[in-house]
Design a binder for this molecule. Structure first.
Ligand SMILES: Nc1ncnc2c1ncn2[C@@H]1O[C@H](COP(=O)(O)OP(=O)(O)O)[C@@H](O)[C@H]1O
Ligand SMILES: O=C(O)C1=C[C@@H](OP(=O)(O)O)[C@@H](O)[C@H](O)C1
Ligand SMILES: [Mg+2]
Length: 173
């Protein structure tokens, strides 16, 4: 498969930079760009916040799994939502023709970047703290990642450069 027909799939916590760095990557690599959060909204005809409020977090994850598992694309930078890794089916599907890049940021950076998480429709158990969610998810991101990049090691341009370099190296291996 040529370098640009493989997808580049971004995973990581909300606030790790998947959506914003994803657009920069797509421009720099002349690839397409898909934000799966927007696909979910279009599929459902309502916002993520409305889905989370009206259906609850478990149903949200099922909807996300269904949308990700039927995605058939190539040559795309795919920015997922932070809860994508709860579905083994969806992640294995994305890995079939995609290189998965984990944007790893510390909890303090997540907190600083997302502000009041109760307003952000994060898919979590109501009783679960952000700290606990971070711990639970970190091992899932690590499990599915082909490449891990520190998402707080510079500007969005710097992170974009680091991902490009690692992606190029990965593709020639
Ligand atoms: N490297 C970075 N340095 C500073 N701010 C960043 C960086 N990457 C992302 N951000 C900011 O963090 C916030 C969340 O970024 P976003 O791309 O929406 O993350 P995600 O899609 O992973 O939730 C945005 O305000 C974005 O501008
Ligand atoms: O982590 C989460 O539970 C979520 C992250 C959001 O996407 P981002 O990671 O792009 O913020 C979005 O999918 C939804 O609000 C749930
Ligand atoms: Mg996003």
């Amino acid at each position: 498969m040529s370098e640009n027909s493989r997808n580049l799939v971004l995973i990581g916590m909300p606030g790790s930079g998947k959506s914003t760095v994803g657009v920069l990557l797509a421009k720099a690599l002349a690839m397409g760009f898909i934000d799966t959060d927007l696909l979910i909204q279009a599929d459902q005809g309502r916002t993520l916040q409305a889905i989370a409020d009206e259906e609850g977090y478990e149903r949200f994850r099922h909807i996300e799994e269904a949308v990700l598992s039927r995605l058939e694309v190539s040559g795309q930078v795919i920015s997922t939502g932070g809860s994508a890794v709860y579905s083994d089916r969806a992640m294995n599907h994305l890995k079939q023709n995609g290189v998965v890049v984990f944007l790893d940021v510390p909890l303090a950076t997540v907190q600083a970047r997302i502000g009041d998480y109760s307003l952000r429709g994060i898919s979590k158990r109501p009783d679960q703290s952000l700290e606990d969610l971070f711990r639970e998810r970190h091992q899932l991101y690590a499990r599915y990642a082909d490449i891990t990049i520190k998402g707080d090691a510079g500007s969005q341009g710097d992170i974009c450069k680091a991902v490009r370099s690692a992606f190029a190296d990965y593709n020639v291996r």
